[in-house]
Design a protein. Structure first.
Length: 229
């Protein structure tokens, strides 16, 4: 115990606010971080709505940006970014052997990045692997760099339950809390929703009160943006 206090600089009774190894998450600190996110952003219905993930991502970058996409799939994001930002550095990580990727495992990723994004990936990971992904991203980002994550909105149950490969449901405040615990500053959380005009009218106006009463949302995804100090 004395050796531990000497290594960490902690005194008896103190609680460390630094991020913890993935195998030893301080659950009381994580809970506090989660409550802080809830207080900062409000409940699920307070979160503003954006149509698609790229409406959130594109304003964050520009020419010369170094971006890493984890879980990149077919790498289509590169074309979208180049079209909007101009010359930039795009690197990808994915286990999919059908496409070329710069890295095949998170543990093999090297380099420094201004933005790291992972869309509809973190819910496919267990808690340990998700924490490792967030910690790895923190290490790879330059100061002021941003991480952008999307995941199914648990207030829209089919978004998570319809896919058997989904492992971990992330409420917006839990994901924000885990990012905060790791050292990130969570700057924005949005709901992602885009549908026909008729469905928008029915879901957002006609049935809105009923949805709130039942604790169900019409937005299928959430997107979280956090910054490394």
């Amino acid at each position: 115990m004395d050796q531990l206090k000497e290594e960490t600089g902690m005194q008896q009774g103190e609680i460390s606010t630094q991020y913890h190894p993935v195998h030893n998450i301080d659950w009381s600190v994580l809970y506090r971080k989660r409550k802080e996110i809830s207080a900062k952003f409000g409940n699920i219905w307070h979160l503003p709505i954006r149509k698609r993930y790229h409406t959130v991502l594109l304003p964050l970058g520009g020419k010369g940006i170094r971006l890493l996409e984890i879980g990149a799939g077919d790498r289509k994001l590169k074309n979208l970014l180049t079209k909007n930002w101009g010359e930039m550095s795009y690197r990808s990580c994915d286990v999919d052997q059908n496409y070329h990727h710069d890295f095949r495992s998170n543990s093999l990723i090297v380099g420094e990045y201004d933005i790291i994004c992972a869309f509809e990936l973190i819910e496919h990971l267990g808690l340990k692997e998700a924490r490792e992904l967030i910690e790895k991203s923190f290490q790879l980002l330059v100061p002021g760099g941003k991480i952008v994550l999307t995941t199914p909105n648990i207030y829209y149950p089919p978004g998570f339950l319809r896919d058997v490969t989904h492992i971990t449901p992330w409420c917006y405040d839990e994901l924000g809390g885990m990012l905060s615990l790791t050292g990130f500053n969570v700057t924005h959380i949005y709901r992602l929703y885009n549908d026909s005009l008729l469905k928008k009218f029915v879901e957002r106006i006609v049935f809105y009160s009923l949805f709130r009463l039942l604790g169900i949302d019409f937005a299928k995804q959430i997107i979280v943006v956090a910054e490394k100090p």
